[in-house]
Every structure is written in structure tokens, then in C-alpha cells.
Design a protein around this ligand. Sequence first.
Ligand SMILES: [Zn+2]
Length: 221
Amino acid sequence: MPVNRITQLSFVNAYLVEEDDGLTLVDTLLPRGHKRILAAAATLGAPIVRIALTHAHGDHIGSLDKLAAALPGAEVLISGRDARLLRKDKTMDPGEPQSKLKGGYPGAETAPTATFTAGDRVGSLQVHAAPGHTPGQVAFLDPRDGTLYCADSYSTLGGMATTAKPYLGFPLVGSATWHGPTALESARALRALDPARLAPGHGKVVEAPGAAMDRAIARGA
Ligand SMILES: [Zn+2]
């Protein structure tokens, strides 16, 4: 499967995943990113039938409202935990680290049509829990080709890094992490999936990323 990456301002990614029934959009860029996403879908010649959000930060949900308006039939999916952040409910769960939420949570007018949890499927994609960067972040593994859409559990901008703490190559994403130890645990769990290719929220797609992920985990510990 080709990885269809759409980039805005050279540092924010969304992806179009090809399915038998159309396209799954993974994340929606910043505000004003909708036109390039719709243009990319038109180039692929298929409709966007679902919008799957990895987490509720503004650079991943920024164009959600515009896209939902343009795609009235599309499903809108996010984890139950980050769905609360999508409606700007910043209360914490009693069982989770009571750390301060960081990064921008601008919220959206659009409500999800459904929520998912780890183990669910979104089209062909398997949902994997990847909390830490946000409380309810997920990653999506495409078992057809081993591509891991890892959201902000790893960034490849300025080099491969976890987001457990700010990384010199691209400090922004690590600075927006809610709970570093949880993020590092998630980075390890995603590494254990042994992805063939890593498609992050920020930075280029990396083939055969295992060794680089190991080094990033070792630095993040
Ligand atoms: Zn983020």
C-alpha cells in the first residue's frame, strides 16, 4: 500500500488510507488544512468515508469542522477519552496521572459519530492505545502492510524521537506531552508491534524503523 501523507507548513501530517469502500483520513491538520486534504482525496479518486483522529490536539483536529461540513456522510471517530477533550472537557479520570494537560485543545463543534478503544478496527486499521502524549491518544496499525500511524508517540522531524520529553531536534511535540512516563511506555508498546514503516504526526515516513525506535526509546528513558 502506498502511504499517502499530506503535510501542512512542512511539519504537520495527515494521512489518507485506501480501503475498499473509500478513504480513511487519519487526522485533519491545522485550521485551513481541509482544502489540501480534499484535493489529495480527489487525486486518489476516492471519497473520504471516515475521519479517524489520533488525539485531540489542535494540529490534529484543526480542520475537522470544515471537513465534516464538506463530507456529511463521513464517520468521525476518536477514542472515548480524547472525545472529552474534543469537547473541551479537561476533567481528569480518577485512575490516571493527575498531570497538567499541555498543548492546545481548541475543541471542535463536530461531535464524533462513534468512539473507539484499543482492539477495535477502523476500516482495515487496528486501534492501539498510545496514551501519554494525551490521555487518550491512539495509534493505527495497518496489518495489510505493517504501516504504523503512530500519531505523536514518535516524531521523525529532526530525527526519530519519542515524545516522552522535549527532544532537541523538534521540541514542540514533546513539550505538549501530558505524562512522559506513560508516553515512554506507549512508545515501547508500539515498538513491540514491530512495524514495517512508521508514519508519524510530525516528520517524514520512515521505512524499517525498528532500530531507530530502539535508540529513541533508549534516549527517552
Ligand atoms: Zn499532539
